[in-house]
Design a binder for this molecule. Structure first.
Ligand code: PLP
Length: 379
């Protein structure tokens, strides 16, 4: 019988150690495994770049939460993306991605795959007609990120899966912002889910990681070959820290959503602000779609300042609980100035973000304290 989400997060891939009864599976800090005789392996374990029990435990846990048959974990989100793209792309192929995807994803394709002969174009993924028009016969990958970063645009995964499949493209969803607690793209028709587990899945800003989850056996074994042959695997300690974080994902995400909603509502109409971007607000253009496609609105929100870049930067440097740092998804709240921080790499491209924009990663602290911090920094 299959269990519900929170039960799976705690138990799947996390069986106790049969030799000692240790409740927590050990961290297998080993690079190699003793063979019984030449080539006769114990449970298939030979060398940690190929397989390691701690990485296996994470991969099973992540696949279970995304509702996929196969999970593959990597040393970072970008390593996971790179392994997937190397597996499926060849010179002459075209990649179509959202015009507000994670800057590092755009950089990976634009600076590494394009010089190899792949072509790239970007489109507003929330505009389905624009997506249909931008697909080409040679489009191999449709890359979707929803909610997007930093404008929290919501794209219709089920509709995009249909459109992408009709054009013969592999439909990939970067599910980092939502996490599988809020959204499971495979169930909506996507072929592949990509994660930076560095963010909500790990959840404590202490470990980098990435993952691919998918159902197709043949594609999984091809990505698995790249994982092994190119070697960007997660180390055992990193994998273990991530499994530990994932066990509390449900509790954390529920609190992230609650806090972000409270902060967003407290900011609406503030005279210093031009706009609040949060899908949980009824006037957000993606609100109804998010309510249908997600099980909550997430912990990320952005605000734009009437006072321009100077006001935005001053705010980012004035909060105290919200610490000025890149990244997101940890238990502690962070503030980020995308134009010069997370999105500096897309300056001058079609992905450039407004310079009066601030992005907040709302942590799991007490909402009243966070609201007070933000209000004080707004002056
Ligand atoms: C951080 C991030 C990535 C990249 O992951 P790393 O673990 O930093 O390599 C990819 N996509 C999104 C949406 C991210 O936020």
């Amino acid at each position: 019988m299959t269990h519900d989400f929170s039960t799976r997060a705690v138990h799947d891939g996390q069986a106790f150690d049969p030799t000692t009864g240790a409740v927590i599976p050990p961290v297998y800090l080993t690079t190699t495994f003793v063979q019984k005789s030449v080539g006769d392996l114990r449970n298939g374990y030979e060398y940690t770049r190929g397989t390691n029990p701690t990485r296996d435990s994470l991969q099973v846990q992540l696949a279970s939460l995304e509702g996929g048959r196969h999970g593959l974990s990597f040393s970072s989100g970008l390593a996971a993306e790179d392994a997937l793209l190397r597996t499926v792309l060849a010179p002459g192929d075209h990649v179509l991605m959202g015009n507000d995807v994670y800057g590092g994803t755009h950089r990976l394709v634009h600076r590494i795959f394009v010089p190899w002969g792949v072509t790239l174009s970007v489109v507003d993924m929330s505009d389905l007609d624009a997506v249909r028009a931008a697909l080409r016969p040679e489009t191999k990958v449709l890359w979707v990120e929803t909610p997007s970063n930093p404008l929290m645009t919501i794209s219709d995964i089920a509709a995009l899966a249909d459109i992408g499949h009709a054009a013969g493209a592999l439909v990939v969803v970067d599910n980092t912002f939502a996490s599988p607690y809020l959204q499971t793209p495979l169930a909506l028709g996507a072929d592949v889910v990509v994660h930076s587990t560095t963010k909500y899945l790990g959840g404590h800003s202490d470990v980098l990681g990435g993952a691919i989850v998918l159902n197709d056996d043949d594609l999984a074994s091809r990505v698995g070959f790249v994982q092994f042959a190119a070697g960007a695997v997660s180390g055992p300690m990193d994998a273990w820290l991530t499994t530990r974080g994932v066990k509390t994902l449900s509790l954390r995400m529920a609190r992230h959503c609650e806090n972000a909603q409270a902060i967003a509502e407290s900011l609406v109409g503030h005279p210093a602000l031009e706009r609040v971007y949060y899908p949980g607000l009824p006037d957000h253009p993606g609100h109804e779609l998010a309510a249908r496609q997600m099980r909550g609105f997430g912990g990320m929100l952005s605000i734009t300042f009437r006072g321009g870049a100077a006001a935005a930067k001053k705010f980012a440097e004035s909060t105290t609980l919200f610490q000025l740092a890149e990244s997101l998804g940890g238990v502690e709240s962070l503030v980020n100035y995308p134009a010069e921080m997370t999105h500096a790499s897309v300056r001058g491209t079609e992905l450039e973000v407004p310079d009066n924009l601030i992005r907040l990663s709302v942590g799991i602290e007490d909402a009243a304290d966070l609201i007070e911090d933000v209000r004080a920094a707004l002056g």
